[in-house]
Design a protein around this ligand. Structure first.
Ligand SMILES: C[S@@+](CC[C@H](N)C(=O)[O-])C[C@H]1O[C@@H](n2cnc3c(N)ncnc32)[C@H](O)[C@@H]1O
Length: 283
């Protein structure tokens, strides 16, 4: 199957394991809620009559809302114009830094998208003052033809998604009814992720967040709503005991997923260092 790749390289995105996780997704879904949607690789590739994509990272949500509002064609024209106006290239560090300073004053979502395209590893990184602070992606990053094509493929897809930006505890779950489907891909308690250290302008992820999430998933389960939760059960000799205990107590299903985290400096040669990605479902 041909998947739609989100037009950004979102940290922790599930693009490479889509087929493995979707194997366990329900076939017929009226409403799908992707409660930690990130770059939306999962949202864009899951069939449902209606989609809600939510993430606390309102910068990314704003970009998608802007793409929706403008339409992909106009968004592309605006991106090209911005690249031209600011003379952005893979080599022009000065232009990148000037443009970044401009964005941090003006905060236009399309500008942020363009900035990210020329940044180191194509990442969204913000400081505690919510200023974008990712360095220049010298000789490597640009709005290239692959990203252009990925963006074009969103035409007709992105319009179907309703975007929200709430903390997962604040989301209005009364919108969901029995038979609907929630996908949860939270920051992982026991692994890395630059949005996960509390220093990037977003608060980190701790044990209380983990427990609050499981409480919500239990509540949805009692309402007949199906959920799938991505997580990591084992990592570098550590175990996520909260996850494993909760799963066992509720007899939820646990499916093992093969994931090669080559972005994150993981060493998997030694079995003590193995990272086990899992998908927990209540159906
Ligand atoms: C593993 S990433 C999701 C990646 C996504 N599935 C994809 O394919 O791109 C986890 C996401 O959770 C978001 N997040 C962190 N804390 C949150 C919270 N309290 N409420 C909602 N979203 C949160 C982060 O901004 C991040 O985008």
């Amino acid at each position: 199957m041909q998947y739609i790749k989100a037009p950004m390289n979102y940290i922790g995105n599930k693009y490479r394991i889509l087929s493995q996780i979707q194997k366990w997704f329900p076939r017929k879904v009226d409403l799908m809620v992707d409660i930690f949607c990130g770059g939306c690789d999962v949202t864009f590739n899951t069939k449902a009559n209606n989609h809600i994509a939510n993430d606390l990272n309102f910068f990314v949500i704003e970009i998608y809302k802007e793409f929706q509002q403008l339409g992909i064609e106009k968004a592309l024209a605006q991106i090209d114009q911005t690249i031209y106006n600011w003379k952005l290239t893979k080599e022009n560090k000065q232009a990148y830094e000037q443009f970044r300073a401009y964005y941090n004053k003006t905060k236009n979502p399309i500008d942020l998208y363009v900035l990210m395209c020329y940044s180191f590893n194509y990442q969204f990184r913000f400081n505690a003052a919510h200023e974008y602070n990712n360095p220049f992606g010298k000789s490597r990053s640009s709005f290239n033809s692959v990203m252009r094509e990925n963006l074009k493929k969103l035409q007709g897809v992105i319009e179907q998604v309703q975007y929200t930006s709430y903390d997962f505890r604040e989301f209005d779950y009364s919108l969901m009814k029995s038979g609907d489907f929630l996908y949860a891909d939270p920051p992982y308690l026991i692994t890395c992720g630059s949005y996960n250290d509390g220093k990037r302008g977003f608060k980190g992820w701790g044990e209380q967040d983990e427990k609050d999430l499981y409480e919500i998933l239990d509540m949805l389960s009692t309402r007949g709503i199906r959920f799938a939760l991505s997580n990591v059960s084992h990592h570098k000799g550590e175990k996520n005991d909260i996850l494993l205990g909760w799963r066992k107590a509720h007899k939820y299903h646990m499916h093992k997923i093969k994931f090669n985290y080559n972005n994150c400096n993981y060493h998997t040669k030694n079995s003590r260092n193995t990272t086990q990605e899992v998908l927990i479902t209540n159906y």
